[in-house]
Ligand binder design. Structure first.
Ligand code: BT5
Length: 318
């Protein structure tokens, strides 16, 4: 019902709508409309009420709630169902559990903060209020060994979204970091469930530092608000991420990885650099040359040999 009332407000931007008109359109009593208006106010909507004119929406909250995220969201499948929480242990864990229990492709789990946000290999992801923490259930028709590409496809989508909304020169550090001025503003964690040769589902988990006190983040992190001149809306950024992620997933499905790889190359801060890559117990040093058709980083070793690396932590040597 709240959704329906918001839709009516959207049709009457900046104008009053009478309680009677709303109650007639929705087929419920005026007293019930008043109750739903109160619920919307509790959610952070500023709604003016005038005895003669009715209700007018003055301001919307920048909160990651379905009513806001779905408003004019231009996607076909991603975010058609959004499960939003004020606080969760980890949106990836919740999305994984749901997907294992048959949840459809496109469902999004989102939280305003996480208590046990996860990075790769059991690392911690600092997730205070002021960030975006979201996980998408996707079901690409790929083999398990191709999943690294989904991380790169997602990185292009998120990097493009940050650039668009915040107007900052965000770059991708292979494989899963978005950075600004060498500091990490976003991390991506892709987890999958697979049979021998087919992926059941992939959870694409995205954490973006938007507007939080820097002291709540590790020293290698940066918060987007510090770098952007724009007034930043978490809702706008989260919507843009969903729209771009869907766009690139469809492109990947229909046209393959090549075009996206070109875009990745343009956004990459890793290529051409001398790098040290920590991969399990091994350290690989050399020059990052390219990303190959599997999403692996191709490194020229000092010996001149080329080596493909599918995952790891990159330190850019100077
Ligand atoms: C990542 O791991 O970068 C993946 C982070 C994914 C987080 C999202 S939030 C929504 C979804 N739900 C989850 O539970 N997770 C996903 P990795 O490359 O392993 O980097 C982890 C390292 O980044 C940590 O060891 C810290 O050094 C650093 N770090 C931790 N919190 C950070 C933050 N908020 N901003 C920037 N860097 C951070």
């Amino acid at each position: 019902m709240e959704d329906k009332i918001l839709k009516i407000f959207s049709r009457h931007r900046d104008a009053y709508v009478s309680g009677e008109d709303i109650s007639k359109e929705l087929g419920v009593s005026r007293a019930s409309i008043w109750k739903h208006i109160e619920t919307l106010r509790d959610l952070g909507y500023e709604i003016e009420a005038s005895p003669h004119l009715g209700y007018k929406l003055i301001a919307r909250p920048d909160r990651l709630i379905p009513e806001e995220l779905k408003d004019n969201l231009k996607t076909r499948f991603l975010g058609k169902k959004i499960l939003a929480y004020e606080s969760l242990d980890s949106t990836n864990d919740t999305a994984y559990y749901l997907a294992e229990n048959g949840e459809k492709e496109g469902t999004v789990v989102i939280a305003e903060q996480q208590k046990k946000g996860k990075g790769r290999q059991g690392r911690h992801w600092a997730s205070p209020k002021g960030g975006i923490y979201l996980s998408c259930i996707v079901k690409p028709d790929i083999e398990p060994k191709e999943v690294a590409k989904i991380t790169l496809v997602s990185a292009v989508a998120v990097c493009a979204s940050i650039r668009e909304i915040a107007n900052v020169p965000a770059m991708i550090k292979w494989p899963n970091d978005i950075i600004i001025k060498k500091k990490k503003v976003c991390g991506i964690l892709t987890e999958m469930k697979a049979e021998q040769d087919r992926v059941d589902f992939v959870i694409v988990g995205i954490g973006v530092n938007v507007d939080m006190p820097i002291k709540l983040l590790p020293k290698e992190a940066i918060s987007l608000i510090k770098e952007s001149d724009n007034r930043l809306s978490k809702v706008d950024l989260a919507k843009k991420i969903l729209e771009n992620l869907e766009h690139y997933l469809i492109l990947f499905k229909e046209d393959g990885f090549d075009k996206i790889r070109d875009e990745w190359r343009h956004l990459s801060t890793t290529l051409g650099q001398n790098v040290r890559i920590y991969c399990h117990d091994k350290k690989i040093e050399g020059q990052a040359l390219d990303v190959d058709e599997d999403g692996a980083l191709v490194v020229r070793l000092e010996s001149g040999f080329h080596r493909r690396v599918l995952s790891g932590d990159v330190v850019i040597a100077h």
